[in-house]
Design a protein around this ligand. Sequence first.
Ligand SMILES: [Zn+2]
Length: 289
Amino acid sequence: MLPIVLSFDVEEHDRIEAAVHLNVDAILKRTYADRMEMATRRLLDQLAAADNTPATFYVVGEIAATHPKLVRDIAAAGHEVGSHSHTHLRVHRFSPDTFREDLKRSVDTLEQAAGVKVRGFRAPTFSLMKETAWAVDELLRVGLSYDTSIFPVRHDRYGVPSAPRGPFYLEGTAGRILELPPLTLRRLGQNLPVAGGGYFRLFPLWFMKAGLADMPNGLGMLYFHPWEFDPGQPKLPLGRLSQLRTYVGIGKSEQRLGNLLTAYRGRFRRAADVADELATAALPSFRLR
Ligand SMILES: [Zn+2]
């Protein structure tokens, strides 16, 4: 049966890509940090209430430094803690050496807070792409078991549309790492990014469910952010399109997640467990360039 992974990228709301050019003042930053913790704890409660459904939380390393108890509580509830980088900068902003240092720092800080090993990585804004193919070797050097940063879609800010839609081996020059790509739905010769984000909030839940029905031998890797479950947060001063993309449907997210938890009960796994299950599987290989 198709395993489904609920993954949450844990970051304060003002770290979103659409807000990188904004100067968010210290008081508002503090508010978003508090609301990030609150929204993450509400998600932990919702998962616990649904028969302790397991999930994976890719946490920004700096948050493990400011909120170590939150990271410890995520792990103690039986969820996986993965890395969402230390500073939440896109991979494009680094050299191989500074990227490896940032990643290593996040892994060390998260492991110290969680008390368990970090095995997986998700790049901020899915920024592992053709231009940043060098980063694959750095993931291997840091010793991670899998990556989940390659979105096989065409998008203005991210994506590798030619990458396989199911799990595959991502080839570097120093070896290969297991890749668990977020869910897509193949329609009219295009891969639609139905794994989360605007597709979860803007479109009917039917899109995500069609994606989950579409990959009988694949993996249902879904992704969400705690701020997407917080309708009461103050809004960032974004442009009109970003405003729509960012805030549409937030009031319905909790109920929609509840719907998924009920509809697919018993099929949820942590990403690291899927990686273990795939350890002996014959999977396709793919090279970014
Ligand atoms: Zn992120």
